[in-house]
Design a protein around this ligand. Structure first.
Ligand code: PGA
Length: 259
């Protein structure tokens, strides 16, 4: 299948491993990936990592084509925000993308639609800082027939502050599928991805909708990745558990390359 968008396989390590594990991990990954990530035109590879890993990860992956991102970012530029890390602090160590609004941040740490919007706005003020914004419905919302409504609201919230000349990645992560071993079926995932792309098209036109990458997340793994990537509106995956194992994640990266 020929695709207009490059796949993106993004790992999200959450609060796992230690900085000292990075070197062995990347060496293991490199052995398993069957092509040169830096020079290929089919698949991008990214890892969202804990703050204390970032500088070392950037240095270990320099020249490899792998992008290093943070798992969150402050909406303020500087000041009295104990425990927060700003965009310029990330840029200082070579990071130019961040996850925003992951469901674990929303449910466990109080991220709201408003704070998600503020974080996106902070990223878009920069010349080149890509927000990777997560959306997704809970099981209760899906079972209550509210998926379209919930996703539409979350995506409109993103698009309300988006600027079409800037980078944006959206990750659809059904909350009920994250870390549970339950994956959305290919059809369930594609239906929501198509909805997200339609919302982008309505707000910004076909060109922006056609170039914006929409990732699926939620128990994506070596077994289900191929079917997910076959869907026309699924441009890659945001991968938690399976990104912690070099052979598993490399398998997924190779699978995207072979599409
Ligand atoms: P999972 O996590 O692959 O372990 O379900 C995905 C995510 O939360 O980004």
């Amino acid at each position: 299948m020929s695709r207009s968008r490059k796949f993106l396989l993004a790992g999200n390590w959450k609060m796992n491993k230690l900085q000292k594990d990075l070197e062995g991990f990347f060496t293991g990954l490199k052995k398993e990936v069957k092509f040169d990530i830096a020079s290929n035109n089919k698949v991008d590879v990214l890892f969202a990592l804990p703050y204390t890993f970032l500088e070392k990860a950037v240095s270990l992956t320099r020249g490899s084509g792998i992008t290093i991102a943070s798992e969150n970012v402050a909406y303020a530029a500087s000041g009295a925000y104990t425990g927060e890390v700003s965009i310029s602090m990330l840029q200082e160590v070579g990071v130019s993308s961040a996850l925003i609004g992951h469901s674990e941040r929303r449910t466990l740490f109080g991220d709201t639609e408003e704070s998600v919007q503020k974080r996106i706005q902070a990223c878009l003020k920069e010349e080149d800082f890509c927000p990777i914004v997560c959306v997704g419905e809970t099981l209760e919302q899906r079972e209550g027939g509210k998926t379209t409504e919930v996703i539409t609201k979350q995506v409109k919230n993103i698009l309300d502050v988006y600027k079409a000349d800037k980078k944006l990645i959206i990750a659809y992560e059904p909350v009920w599928a994250i870390g549970t071993g339950k994956t959305a079926t290919n059809e369930q995932a594609e239906e929501v991805h198509a909805l997200i792309r339609k919302l982008i098209r309505e707000a910004f036109g076909a060109e922006v909708a056609d170039r914006t990458r929409i990732l699926y997340g939620g128990s994506a793994n070596p077994k289900n990745i191929s079917g997910l990537l076959d869907q026309p509106d699924i441009d890659g995956a945001l991968v938690g558990g399976a990104s912690l194992v070099p052979a598993d994640f490399a398998y997924m990266i190779n699978c995207a390359y072979e599409k």
